[in-house]
Write a protein that binds this ligand. Sequence first.
Ligand code: SAH
Ligand code: DHB
Ligand code: MG
Length: 235
Amino acid sequence: MVPNAADSAKIRRMNQETWTAVDHYIADVLHLTDDALEFALRESDAAGLPAIAVSVPQGKFLNLLGQICHARRILEIGTLGGYSTIWMARALAPGGDMITLEIDAKHAQVARANLDRAGLGDRVEVREGAALDLLPKIAAEKKGPFDLIFIDADKPNIPDYFKWSLALSRPGTVIVVDNVVREGAVIDAASEDTSVKGVRKLNEMLAAESRVSATVLQTVGTKGYDGFTVVRVTE
Ligand code: SAH
Ligand code: DHB
Ligand code: MG
């Protein structure tokens, strides 16, 4: 039986309530968050930044990936208020550092304050500008290869961000891309949505790219229904 529009809306609302409650339960039972992380969200909100940072369990997932790959160099594309940045920078091995790219001057400013407050100001460089302008400079400066790269900026540019990420990788580098399921919209081959197009192009690139091994994980939680692409660079 196909639910009508009102039923669908109700089902979606019930699901979202459950997903949100479970995310809160997970954060609570595992003691995932703390003052510096909460401060970063509060300050971001107070400064009028959109509430689109990764969720608490997702932040911990990025932190775990950083630990699992013993990351000494981390690159992030799309800083916002530095919430995901804090999670990843905390995984840095001793002596490691992180670069995060942000086009919006206000976002960058809020992020720097949040990183300082988290005691990470000296290990994380927030670079201001369009990522596609900054990435060639990072390559020219030989800042890579990075051990972990998180792509979370404007979605239409995901294919180009992935190309640059590969160029800044070594065998073993882990690349994560956020917002790749988009409430299921990703399966619409006829979509005119430039974000969906960006994600679908990434998937074609991954399928054709012999130097990577990849999967897509669907996620639900406070941020609704979405997903992460996880890539390992193999050669
Ligand atoms: N990673 C953050 C959320 C990032 S939201 C977190 O989970 O906490 C996406 C960010 O990408 C926004 O701050 C936006 O200003 C930035 N952005 C958008 N287009 C960009 C571009 N072309 N270059 C760099 N940053 C960009
Ligand atoms: C948006 C961006 C994100 O990175 C995200 O995780 C959720 C929403 C957005 O631009 O709306
Ligand atoms: Mg995101």
